[in-house]
Structures are given as structure tokens and as C-alpha cells.
Ligand binder design. Structure first.
Ligand code: UDX
Ligand code: UDX
Ligand code: ADP
Length: 480
């Protein structure tokens, strides 16, 4: 029986290993983590991450061929294949601060693998890492290996949160990079055989190590770039009277461009896009390619611009001040169907409104008050350290209250900001909401999910990203 161990029981490691266990009953899968609370949660009825379909997959395999444990060393020692899916935060100090990936957790995982191994192993990079990380890891392993043979593979994960299980069941492709030596090719074949349990051969791509590592950064950069492109257009649409949804639709009909991933929004979030692009920028700079670095940096700049443009619009429309006004925030997660708030645009929008002294009442169906308070008190880039994954008592921001109901959150509010596209926000009783709000009542739809015309009929002043402005908003221009 092949044994797999995955170091890191997070958003990537947990779901990926659960699906491998489900699809490969002949393989024993152990997911290990240094965080006791995370492993306890994985072994309970309340999984540490919310992901549609995940509970079901875990229930089917847990205790049979899927195990969650804090005994990292034991499971690494026993495994034939070790996946590494630990955090790779953005460095906050020293060389490359604010851009480069901090490989501390990766390095310590690699040293531990070298220490405890007694048999040959395939070590698989699962977390997104800078190009050439595999080479560094290989050096750590081979220099400490006591004659053990380690083969390094890069097998980046392309799942998106909220659809992780679907994405894992039917991936567009599985990418495996390895050394072009006979031993490297043999390792690629071993990993390919795991995925071949449910993924067809033509969808499993094999490349050299560097292509696999760079493809992950490139895919995320291209995806984020599409959103920044459409968001840049949204600003121009508002200025000219064009409608960004109509423009996206028309543009996406070109088969060379394609219709997906062209929804204008308050900005992209998530643990990957910004981090991976900053990383790409840093790698370009280190390789003497400042023009290429600058090209990709613009994707982040437009994303930051989109968030501050939204805040400016809110403040400008409400007579240039939100001081002491109650603003309801509907949605805090970085997208629907997840409780994940890493790099969510809601953090910057809320901080912007708090900067103007607003009082916020926030409702998100999946995010806890603790998490929201922690996110709003945390410094940029601090979110990706294991310390922040542990429960801790945050410094409470008094201007922020977190409410478990959209109607209560909007009661007596002056304005509503919709920051996540949760389905339930589409079917709210906006007449009831309007009746309980201060007047004039505003809705700022950062995800274009409400029927603006219907809301205007009720009496709301409505701002939708990239849509023609109504007379009120035209009279109250946002100063950039
Ligand atoms: C992304 C990649 O899609 C995935 O392949 C990779 O493995 C990890 O990073 P994820 O961050 O989980 O996945 O979600 P994604 O669906 O890509 O959304 C990222 C952000 O972009 C969200 O904030 C989302 O709301 C935003 N978005 C997405 C838009 O604003 N408009 C769109 O059209 C699509
Ligand atoms: C373009 C648009 O495709 C078309 O829809 C519009 O109506 C007019 O402008 P055209 O300029 O005739 O058409 O040719 P196109 O095939 O788009 O190529 C433009 C340039 O891009 C060429 O120099 C081509 O060599 C280059 N190109 C295209 C690349 O370098 N790489 C590619 O992958 C595709
Ligand atoms: P991702 O979204 O990439 O899955 P997460 O931050 O959700 O990232 O998960 C990474 C996990 O890796 C965390 O649960 C963290 O505790 C764990 N981790 C980090 N370093 C180590 C290590 N050396 N050994 C075991 N687990 C680790």
C-alpha cells in the first residue's frame, strides 16, 4: 500500500488529501499539522474550513484511509510520498520585504523531512512557491540525507475556494514537474499513477520543475490580470455611461478571450493572487527584468485603486462624510461559499470607512466576529503566519459590531455596502430593509448582485460598480 503524508492541513492540503483518499482506496493518506486546534477540528464534526461538499468526502474516508494527526514526524517517516503544503507568507522584513516569499516554514519542513526519513521518498511541492524553490529544497534534503534518495516534484494545486471539491474531482489539468533524469521521471510516473485513479491521462501534464513552478505563478497572475483589466474598464464605464456588464459580455464572446472571470468587483482577494504576483514581481526584479516586474505590479495597483475608489464613492455620496454614520457591511469573505477572509477586499474597504470614522455593522454568513476583529486589527501581510491561525483574543475595535443577521445589521443604517456575492443577499426583502434605514438610504453594490432598478423604485440611492451613475451620484463626484 502506497503511503502519502501531507504536511499542512490548510485550505489546500485538507481538501486535496481528502479527495485523494476518496478516489484512491488503496492509498493511505495522513494529513499532519503543527496546529493542534486545526487537527482537532479536522477530526471533529466541525471542520476548520467551510467548503461545499467537503464534509461528505471527509466523512466517507476519515478513519479508513484518511487520518489527521499532529504526529508529524511519525507520518513523514512512514510515507512514500510527502506533500508539503505549508504557509509561504510574504516577507515583512529584511531582503525583499513586502514582495518576496518567506520560506521559513518550507525550510523547516524540509529539514524535518531530512531528519526523520529512513527510506527513499518523493517530496512534492504543493504550496505555491517561488521558481527555483525546488532546487533549494533539494539541496537541503540531499545534504542531510544519510544516503537516502529524495526526488523533488512540483505539483501546484489549482483549486479555487468555494468550489474546491468540484475542482479536485474534475481538474482542468493536473501539472507535475520533475527532474529530467530517469529517477526524476520514475517519481513523476508514481505521482501520475495517483491522479490517474480519476483524472484522464491527457489532462495530466508533465514538465520540468521550473515550468511547473512558474506555471502556477503565471496562471494566478493571468487570472488576477483579467479582473484588474475589467475593473479598470469599470472606472471608465462609470465616467462615460457604458455598462461594464454589457462590455464584459461583448468582450467575452470572443472565443480568444472567453467569458469566464470577467466580473467587475470591488477588487480581488484571497490568499493567492496578491501574494503570488508580488512574488512574481520580486523574481523579475532579481532576474534584471524591471519592465516585466512593473507590468505585473500594475495588476496590484489597479486592485488597490478599485478598493479605494469604492470607499471614496461611499464617502462622497454621503455628503463627503461618514463620521459616526452607521454603515452596514454585507459580506466579509473574499468570495462567496467560503469563510476565508485572507486578503479580502472587505478589509481595506472597512479600514477606509473606519478611517473616516464610520460605525460599521458587519454581517457575513460564514465569518466569525473574532476573525473580523482580528483582520481589522492586523497589519498587512501578517495573516499568513501560523500564530494567526490559532484562536487569540484580538484587540476589539469599538466602532465595529458583528451581527448574525442582514436585517439587524442594516437597521438604522445610513448605507449598505455589499462586499461579497453571497446568494442570500440577492433575495433579501429590500423594502423591509429600506423601511428600517435612515434616509436617504444608500446601497453600494461592490459585486453587482442586486437589481439596482428595483431598489431605486423602493427609494434607495444605488451605486453599482461600472454601471451608469444615477443623478445623485453624478452630483456628488468622488475625488480620487
Ligand atoms: C485562485 C485561483 O482561481 C486558483 O486556481 C488558485 O489555485 C488559487 O487562487 P481563489 O483565490 O480560491 O482561487 O478564488 P478565485 O475564484 O480565483 O477568486 C479570487 C478573487 O477574485 C475573489 O476575491 C473573487 O471574488 C475575485 N473575482 C473572481 C472577481 O472579482 N471577478 C471575477 O470575475 C472572478
Ligand atoms: C486584430 C483583432 O484580432 C481583430 O479582432 C480586430 O478586428 C483587428 O485587430 P489583426 O490585427 O488583423 O486583428 O490580427 P491578430 O490575429 O489579432 O494579430 C495581431 C498581432 O498580434 C499580429 O502581429 C500577431 O502576430 C500578434 N499575435 C497574435 C501574437 O504575437 N501572439 C498571439 O498569440 C496572437
Ligand atoms: P493553504 O491555503 O496554502 O493551504 P494554510 O495557511 O491554510 O495554507 O495552511 C498551511 C498549514 O501549514 C497551517 O495549518 C500551518 O499550521 C501548517 N504548517 C506550517 N508549518 C508547518 C510545519 N513545519 N509542520 C507542519 N505543519 C505546518
Amino acid at each position: 500500500m502506497v503511503k502519502i503524508c501531507c504536511i499542512g492541513a490548510g485550505y489546500v492540503g485538507g481538501p486535496t488529501m481528502a479527495v485523494i483518499a476518496l478516489k484512491c482506496p488503496d492509498i493511505e493518506v495522513a494529513v499532519v499539522d503543527i496546529s493542534v486546534s486545526r487537527i482537532t477540528a479536522w477530526n471533529s464534526d466541525q471542520l476548520p474550513i467551510y467548503e461545499p461538499g467537503l464534509d461528505d468526502v471527509v466523512k466517507q474516508c476519515r478513519g479508513k484511509n484518511l487520518f489527521f494527526s499532529t504526529d508529524v514526524e511519525k507520518h513523514v517517516c512512514e510515507a512514500d510520498i510527502v506533500f508539503v503544503s505549508v504557509n509561504t507568507p510574504t516577507k515583512t522584513r529584511g531582503l525583499g520585504a513586502g514582495k518576496a516569499a518567506d520560506l521559513t516554514y518550507w525550510e523547516s519542513a524540509a529539514r524535518m523531512i531530512a531528519d526523520v526519513s529512513k527510506s527513499d521518498k518523493i517530496v512534492v511541492e504543493k504550496s505555491t512557491v517561488p521558481v527555483k524553490t525546488a532546487e533549494a529544497i533539494e539541496k537541503i534534503l540531499t545534504h542531510n540525507s544519510k544516503g537516502i534518495n529524495f526526488q523533488i516534484l512540483s505539483n501546484p494545486e489549482f483549486l479555487a475556494e468555494g468550489t474546491a471539491i468540484e475542482d479536485l474531482f474534475k481538474p482542468d489539468r493536473v501539472l507535475i514537474g520533475g527532474r529530467e533524469t530517469p529517477a526524476g521521471q520514475k517519481a513523476i510516473k508514481t505521482l501520475k499513477d495517483v491522479y490517474a485513479h480519476w483524472v484522464s491521462e491527457e489532462n495530466i501534464i508533465t514538465t520540468n520543475l521550473w515550468s511547473a513552478e512558474l506555471s502556477k505563478l503565471a496562471a494566478n497572475a493571468f487570472l488576477a490580470q483579467r479582473i484588474s483589466s475589467v475593473n479598470a474598464m469599470s472606472a471608465l464605464c462609470e465616467a462615460t455611461g457604458a455598462d461594464v456588464s454589457e462590455v464584459s459580455y461583448a468582450v467575452g464572446k470572443d472565443t480568444r478571450i472567453g467569458a469566464k472571470f470577467l466580473n467587475s468587483s470591488v477588487g480581488f482577494g484571497g490568499s493567492c493572487f496578491q501574494k503570488d504576483i508580488l512574488n512574481l514581481v520580486y523574481i523579475c526584479e532579481c532576474n534584471g527584468l524591471p519592465e516585466v516586474a512593473e507590468y505585473w505590479r500594475q495588476v496590484i495597483k489597479i486592485n488597490d485603486y478599485q478598493k479605494s475608489r469604492f470607499v471614496n464613492r461611499v464617502v462622497a455620496s454621503m455628503f463627503n462624510t461618514v463620521s459616526n454614520k452607521k454603515i452596514a457591511v454585507l459580506g466579509f469573505a473574499f468570495k462567496k461559499d467560503t469563510g476565508d477572509t485572507r486578503e479580502t477586499p472587505a478589509i481595506d474597504v472597512c479600514k477606509g470607512l473606519l478611517g473616516d470614522k464610520a460605525r460599521l455593522s458587519i454581517y457575513d454568513p460564514q465569518v466569525t466576529e473574532d476573525q473580523i476583529q482580528r483582520d481589522l486589527s492586523m497589519n498587512k501581510f501578517d495573516w499568513d503566519h501560523p500564530l494567526h491561525l490559532q484562536p487569540m483574543s484580538p484587540t476589539t475595535i469599538k466602532q465595529v459590531s458583528v451581527i448574525w443577521d442582514a436585517y439587524a445589521a442594516t437597521k438604522d443604517a445610513h448605507g449598505i455596502c455589499i462586499l461579497t456575492e453571497w446568494n442570500e443577499f440577492k433575495t433579501l426583502d429590500f423594502q423591509k430593509i429600506y423601511d428600517n434605514m435612515q434616509k436617504p438610504a444608500f446601497v453600494f453594490d461592490g459585486r453587482n448582485i442586486v437589481d439596482a432598478e428595483k431598489l431605486r423604485e423602493i427609494g434607495f440611492i444605488v451605486y453599482s460598480i461600472g454601471k451608469p451613475l444615477d443623478a445623485w451620484l453624478k452630483d456628488m463626484p468622488a475625488v480620487a
